[in-house]
Design a protein around this ligand. Sequence first.
Ligand code: NAP
Length: 327
Amino acid sequence: MSEKESDAYDLVIIGGGPGGLTAGIYAMRAAMKTVLVEMGAFGGQMVMTDEVENYPGFEHINGAELSMKFSQHAQACGLETISKQAVAVDPGIHFHTVRLSDGEELKAHSVILAVGGSPRKLGIPGEEAYHGKGVSYCAVCDGFFFRGKTVVVVGGGDTAAEEALYLAKLTPKVYLVHRRDELRASKILQQRVKDDCNIEIVWNAVPVEIKGDEQGVRAVTLKDTQTGEQRDLAAEGVFIFIGFEPNNDLVPAGVKMNAQGYVIADEKCETNIPGIFAVGDLKEKYARQIVVAAGEGCLAALGAAHYVETKKATGGVCELPPELMTQ
Ligand code: NAP
């Protein structure tokens, strides 16, 4: 075994959300030499969720508490973690390389990308200017500052519904602004939103501008999607939950993605580049759920274990797609 080979990891996992941490648990149990790179808190989007009610085994659990349980479990299995930012993944014939922000390079036979997604932006005037001064993408993080104040929640999916319900516990006036006349959220959440007397749904409306002053947000200009009419809705907080975009900056060139930028992977969560896997919200899928990300973390780790074992047994070379063979 060369010096380089003995230093290399069997697996580098990037991202410490439910997908990455579950991959870590399975990788340790498969006796893989593994490290997980996470620049922030463990748990990903889960850590910013108030109540999780659909993770089997827990009828109700706070997202931060579930995150802690995931990371404690992974650490109890002996998973090594590095608290740094990964800045690039370079596929290679002998090893894939994960580059970190301080210049360190991790060589690995396999890599699992578990870097999730980020909140989509409305892209309207005032959104960026008042970010942190009334505009937020996380009710659990910022809701406290809006106790007793009027807030607008934008979106009609599960996240918007859950966050509106959370905010309605803190303040008596939550406008839920949705661009259609029917919510996308699950029926149970729709019912809870409709039953909550602190939430008023504004149907068929989209925000076109966020207005404010040096104190912060003062109003949201809404446009009626049917009549085109505009009006200002007075509010001090605007919480935007209009979906996610995959964090695909680290996805190496040559990895296949769909038109929306989600990574395409097979049943083992392996991409078209052998030894590079994608799990959770980064990967194309039908439903973005904690349990799905965790399940994919399991599949990817088992797939990576099989891949690394086979690679080592057959001479240790990764067959890159032809377009990457110049590297
Ligand atoms: P989502 O399901 O994609 O919903 C996004 C919402 O924002 C939709 O109602 C959409 O309207 C609206 N929207 C999108 N772009 C907009 C724009 N430019 N202006 C105004 N409105 C816009 O996103 P999500 O709610 O964040 O959920 C993401 C995934 O996580 C989903 O699969 C969801 O089921 C899952 N999730 C599950 C739970 C849970 O199970 N408890 C909790 C949170 C999230 P239209 O409906 O008209 O398209």
